[in-house]
Ligand binder design. Structure first.
Ligand SMILES: Cc1cc2nc3c(=O)[nH]c(=O)nc-3n(C[C@H](O)[C@H](O)[C@H](O)COP(=O)(O)O)c2cc1C
Length: 165
């Protein structure tokens, strides 16, 4: 292991970050104008049980960010193994991201009907995170579909869980 020194090559740093396996989420919200917004995000992390807190990190440039900040609410939709198409859709521009999936309405928050889990949050804190923001959400409601398999993301690719050996 030979350490790299600043200034870091962004590609190499991204590759190093990307060796940490995550799940995949769609973060959704509704702006003050009533329009639904959302993006694919793997920066989701649980934070606290009491009070119930979680976080995710949207890019400062993310088109959904102003609506999430203004409304003070967002939903985290954890994707199941069949969620790859939705993940790709919410990372693309110039399309209706909410088309081609079934959405529930949780008191104004769009929740993916096929999600492995969903968390409806109020915005608890909004921290500086360099070229991202760190949005901490307080969980106001959640649901879990235990029978569904989670979608994973590792080394820039979608993966599935291997059980046993
Ligand atoms: C698997 C995956 C994970 C991602 N995770 C994040 C994330 O945590 N934060 C973020 O800001 N963008 C993330 N992105 C990128 C956004 O989904 C993408 O930039 C999207 O276009 C949102 O930006 P926009 O609404 O400004 O177009 C991820 C994309 C993929 C495919």
């Amino acid at each position: 292991m030979i350490p790299a020194s600043p200034p870091f090559d962004p590609r190499s740093l991204r590759d190093a970050f990307g060796c940490f396996a995550t799940g995949v989420t769609i973060v959704t919200g509704t702006g003050p104008d009533g329009n639904r917004v959302g993006l694919t995000a793997n920066s989701f992390t649980s934070v606290s049980l009491d009070p119930p807190l979680l976080l995710f990190c949207p890019a400062r440039t993310a088109s959904a960010l102003p609506a999430l900040q203004a409304s003070g609410r967002f939903a985290i939709n954890v994707l199941d193994i069949d969620g790859q198409a939705v993940a790709d859709r919410f990372a693309r521009r110039g399309i209706d991201r909410f088309a081609e999936a079934d959405w529930l309405d949780w008191a104004g928050l769009p929740v993916l009907a096929s999600a492995k889990a969903a968390f409806a949050c109020t915005l608890h804190a909004d921290h500086d995170g360099g070229d991202h923001r760190i949005l901490v959400g307080r969980v106001e409601a959640f649901a879990l579909a235990p029978e569904r398999e989670s979608l994973l993301y590792l080394h820039g690719r979608y993966r599935r869980v291997h059980v046993g050996g």
